[in-house]
Design a protein around this ligand. Structure first.
Ligand code: MEV
Length: 607
């Protein structure tokens, strides 16, 4: 564990060297400092045609309180001000109750097996037979993940889904040609007419088997794929279908993590705006994102700024997290009954008037959730019609912001005697499928992850998912707050100037000076930075071989460190603290300069 009992780690203007020294001085146990990045020889064994490793800035987000526990959260990201923004939002939210987060008790993954060529006339019978043999299938599947079973996990349930094939011939151009020239038999395809698929075609549906596997604290992709491939021949024999694709699903409604916060208006004042004005404006911004997918995409991009950065820092398959997020944002997937029950939390139930989630719960009979998917889509799209038509028409409408914001009259505050506007709270929530793991995968290959997970006090997969969804929510709140108040360009230009200073070859310890010169003179350009460097006879800094190669954090050779910049960097300001509270986390927050993140730095940068 590392800590900074004297608070030096949190002081606003630390240089990178000083920050690392503070970390090293307080190192007690666990992940040792300095942390070195991925060894090239190891990297060479990880992927094909490897030519080296590359780095990203690694920062720490502060001020988070999740379910009453403080947490320092590592973030790896190249975009300035994201770390500062989430730390700033977390600071505001921690002035009231902090974040309340939830993740499912079991860390589930779904492996899918596609069974093809089942005749329409047989499908009902095959479904019934498979459902009847669910226990046998489960036992057979568990043979392919015996270690998980020994640890109390393994395949927990098997569900069966009928996926109707495309109705129109045009959907898959060329299928007619395959039949015409004898490549495939017409009997294996749906019977398509000008009016769509006929009810009794030949093979109008596929049977897709979902194996719901508890993978403990692993992300679980390997386990899922092994089980899917292992059990597929057995499923083929039982169903009479031919095995198609066998792979995990990255849309995992069994792993929806959720975070929320509540703030009375009195805690929301920002810049020159009152708390209630900030609240109203954020609601307007949210409503716009809800109505307009062009805005929703940007809104969600910001959320992923936070989530991806934590995923990267902690060695997660961030593409899996992204894929799940996009599918969810597009309206795919529903809750299972179990997940919905578990969403009630003390914080949530204190509300006098909690609206149902935009993605309402659907009961799952454990057999054919396809029906509930269809119901969800119809509900959301508000139309019926055949599948093709529906998805084509509705795709644009279905893409939604991942967060939700609303106002409540707070039962607890009413009880405490608050009245009128003072009893209202502004609520924010993010729920999203997050597939992560804290065991296995690349976690043991890259030493940086031992360090970053150590900073988080070695979370289990559930805690990591909760931290990630919380950072996503904090990012979105910070971005909207900045967007509805001063905008983001002021901060952006200051950050842009820093990047120009660096590109011009400014030595690291003069970046602040050159940046300030460009901002003061209003000349934010390469030529101005170069002229200044020349006139001040600063030694040109060339980011040579050491720079950014490996995600290395080394006190001895800080020139190879790409961990934020010195002085008033966004990351440094993000460390502004919690006024002497010992957060009980691996890094102790000492007395901070009461520095609130500067306007410019607390805002998000747009591209
Ligand atoms: C920039 O990376 C992220 C934002 O565009 C997010 C948003 O607009 O909500 C600032």
């Amino acid at each position: 564990m590392i800590g900074s009992p004297d608070g030096t780690l949190l002081e606003g203007d630390l240089s990178l060297d000083a920050r690392l020294d503070a970390l090293i001085a307080t190192e007690q146990e666990g992940a040792p400092l300095p942390v070195f990045g991925l060894d090239e020889q190891i990297a060479n064994n990880m992927i094909e045609n490897c030519i080296g490793t590359m780095g990203l800035p690694l920062g720490l987000a502060f001020n988070f309180s999740i379910n009453g526990s403080p947490l320092v959260i590592p973030m790896a990201i190249e975009e300035p001000s994201v770390v500062a923004a989430v730390s700033s939002a977390a600071k505001t939210i921690s002035t009231y109750q902090g974040f309340q987060a939830w993740a499912p008790e079991r860390n589930m993954i779904v492996a899918q097996v596609q069974l093809i060529d089942i005749q329409d006339n047989d499908m009902d019978q095959v479904m019934a037979r498979m459902q009847h043999r669910e226990k046998v299938i489960r036992e057979e599947a568990n043979e392919y993940c015996t270690n998980m079973v020994l640890r109390g996990g393994g395949v927990q349930k098997v569900t069966f889904h009928r996926v109707r094939r495309h109705a129109s011939r045009e959907s898959f151009q060329g299928q007619d040609l395959l039949v015409k020239y004898g490549v495939v038999s017409a009997s294996t395809l749906p019977k398509r007419t000008e009016r769509g698929i006929t009810s009794q075609g030949r093979c109008s549906e596929w049977l897709v088997v979902h194996l719901h596997i508890d993978v403990g604290d692993a992300m679980g992709a390997n386990c899922a794929n092994t089980v899917a491939e292992g059990v597929a021949p057995f499923l083929s024999k039982l169903s009479g279908g031919r095995v198609g694709v066998r792979i995990l699903s990255n849309l995992n409604v069994d792993r929806i993590a959720k975070s929320m916060f509540r703030l009375p208006f009195s805690h929301m004042g920002y810049k020159s705006l009152s708390g209630k004005d900030v609240a109203v404006r954020i609601l307007e911004a949210y409503e716009w994102a809800d109505l307009d997918p062009y805005r929703a995409a940007t809104h969600n991009k910001g959320i992923m700024n936070g989530i991806d950065a934590v995923a990267l820092a902690t060695g997660q398959d961030w593409r899996a997290v992204e894929a799940g997020a996009h599918a969810w944002a597009s309206g795919a997937g529903t809750y299972s009954e179990r997940s919905t029950d578990a969403f009630s939390s003390p914080l949530l139930s204190s509300s006098a008037n909690s609206p149902a989630s935009g993605r309402a719960a659907f009961s799952s009979n454990g057999t054919n959730e396809n029906d509930s998917h269809t119901t969800a889509r119809k509900r959301q799209f508000g139309k019926d019609g055949d599948g093709d038509q529906q998805s084509r028409i509705s795709r644009g409408d279905a893409y939604k912001p991942l967060t939700r914001y609303w106002i409540e009259e707070d039962a607890e505050r009413l009880r405490q005697g608050y009245k009128g506007q003072d009893a209202l709270v502004f609520c924010g929530e993010l729920e999203i499928p997050i597939m992560v793991g804290t065991k296995g995968g690349v976690l043991s290959t890259n030493p940086v992850h031992a360090f970053t997970l150590g900073v988080m006090r070695y979370p289990d997969s559930k805690q990591l998912a909760m931290a990630m969804v919380t950072v996503g929510l904090a990012q979105n709140f910070a971005a909207l707050r900045a967007l509805v108040t001063e905008g983001i360009q002021r901060g952006h230009m200051a950050l842009h100037a820093r990047n120009i200073a660096i590109s011009a070859g400014t030595p690291p310890d003069s970046v602040d000076e050159v940046t300030a010169y460009m901002i003061d003179t209003g000349k934010i350009r390469l030529s101005a930075a170069r002229l200044y460097i020349e006139q001040r006879r600063l030694a040109l800094y060339t980011a040579g071989t050491g720079i950014g190669i490996g995600m290395s954090v080394t006190a001895a050779n800080t020139s190879s460190v790409n961990l934020g910049s010195e002085g008033t960097s966004a990351a440094t300001n993000g460390m502004d603290g919690m006024n002497g509270t010992n957060h009980g986390s691996s890094i102790h927050h000492g007395p901070s300069s009461d520095g609130v993140i500067s306007d410019a730095q607390a805002t998000e940068r747009s591209h």
